[in-house]
Design a protein around this ligand. Sequence first.
Ligand SMILES: C[S@@+](CC[C@H](N)C(=O)[O-])C[C@H]1O[C@@H](n2cnc3c(N)ncnc32)[C@H](O)[C@@H]1O
Length: 253
Amino acid sequence: MNDELGSKEAIKRWDKYAELISTSYGENGDIHREIFLNPALFSLMGSVKNKKVLDAGCGEGYLSRMIAKGGASVTGVDYSQNMITIAKSKSPEELKINFHHGNCEDLSFLQNESYDLIVSNMVIHDLYDYEMAIHEMNRLLVEGGTFIFSIPHPCFVTPGSGWVKSDTGEKLYWKVDNYFYEGTYNQNFPIDQEEKFLIFHRTLSSYVNTIVRAGFQIEEMIEPKPSAEMIEKYPSFEEDFRCSDFLVFKLRK
Ligand SMILES: C[S@@+](CC[C@H](N)C(=O)[O-])C[C@H]1O[C@@H](n2cnc3c(N)ncnc32)[C@H](O)[C@@H]1O
């Protein structure tokens, strides 16, 4: 845990590993996006046809592309210049997507009330000032607009959480520690690199209170589980019925 690391250090690491992330992604993102996040996000989004959509923290842009293929006009924003360069190079011109370099904590180059839908997939926990970012998303949405975001489940993914194993390597139970700590810590990823991605942990009540203070109503929450089809394809994800890894919010302005 380290309270002194802020957004600049976090972005330095995203820039450094942008290519590594990009090569691990297919058309539908990585395996966790395929199994957990995409089904939850798209079930909450419904039809995106003719909608104006902001993908806040778009990374290499797979979600922007999926949404644009559904008939939306998409703006993708990311604070890593390398991610934006990759996103542009991976996205065919015929899709209606504009990628911009920008910080989700201050998107003043985008006008008030210019989006019907904002999606932010696994980004809000990467932000130093998530409160400012959630207020920004409220400013950018039309009245009645929707903000959907996913994060690692703050009740289970904490500094020091992980499987406790028996001597023979059997996963006995998932341990949670340091829940009330709020600040940065290193993720376990990339496994083979000394410098890891940073994550900012906050409690569930901090998220909910920030959401409400920013002027949103919570319409739905999903703690995604693998579908039967996904278990058949990836049997080792059976263990995800024991504990929730992700939390997805659908908010209404
Ligand atoms: C876990 S990745 C998710 C990327 C993409 N949404 C996806 O699902 O593949 C987090 C992304 O947030 C971006 N990011 C981190 N801090 C940011 C900030 N302050 N403003 C905008 N993007 C940021 C990183 O550069 C990275 O691309």
